[in-house]
Design a protein around this ligand. Structure first.
Ligand code: SF4
Ligand code: SF4
Ligand code: SF4
Length: 195
């Protein structure tokens, strides 16, 4: 992230920052043990994660990817009754994945629950969705381009239309969350979900 964006972000993110300061290293998410576990993802996983069923079989919950991430983007899911307990997840609003060139999180994963992609652009952790009602650019009046400037993939993943409203490419978005993190809207107008 650029220094300019960091300072602008800090200004707009005052509210979120105070929330983040109180956040603990471990994310605690309410979980109902009666919920069926489907093979589809309910959490955004670190880059290179295998499909959810295989991921859950291979991930040893060793915590190595959590420890090695320089951005502290990976957290442990906590839900003691859940088979997902202690598995790694991203919390992009706290700290997005910057798609490190050398993917230390993947390199450290011995059981290969995380697998090296051919290129950063190939990562598919999740997908960003724009809430047009919250987006300054969609609502008009403000020429906001934070999400577009911050995207590490660039205009292949998120781009303006002819009247400068942002759109996400489902094919090229990695789900890194840099857009969600930088969005100046009080409630982010762009949010990463699972694919
Ligand atoms: S390094 Fe691999 S096995 Fe260990 S917690 Fe992370 S994903 Fe799971
Ligand atoms: S690619 Fe880098 S920032 Fe992203 S989760 Fe892995 S170590 Fe963290
Ligand atoms: S649109 Fe957002 S989540 Fe998708 S690659 Fe760009 S910054 Fe990452």
């Amino acid at each position: 992230m650029t220094k300019e964006n960091l300072s602008r972000r800090d200004f707009f993110k005052k509210g979120l920052k105070s929330l983040a300061q109180g956040a603990k290293e471990t994310a605690t998410i309410l979980y109902s043990s009666e919920e069926p576990i489907t093979p589809s993802r309910t959490l955004v996983r670190p880059p290179g994660a295998l499909p959810e069923k295989e991921f859950l079989e291979k991930c040893t919950r060793c915590n190595e990817c959590v420890k090695v991430c320089p951005e502290e983007s990976i957290m442990k899911f906590v839900g003691e009754e859940s088979p997902l307990h202690l598995t790694p997840m991203l919390s992009v609003r706290k700290s997005p994945c910057v798609l490190c060139e050398d993917f230390p999180c993947i390199k450290v994963c011995e059981p290969e629950a995380l697998v090296m992609p051919a290129a950063r652009e190939e990562v598919k952790m999740g997908i960003a969705v724009i809430n047009e009602k919250l987006c300054y650019a969609w609502q008009g009046g403000q020429d906001c381009d934070y999400c577009i400037k911050e995207c590490p993939i660039g205009e292949k993943a998120i781009y303006f239309d002819e009247v400068r409203r942002p759109h996400v490419s489902s094919e090229h978005c990695t789900g890194c969350g840099c857009c969600e993190y930088i969005c100046p809207s009080r409630q982010p107008a762009i949010v990463v979900g699972t694919r």
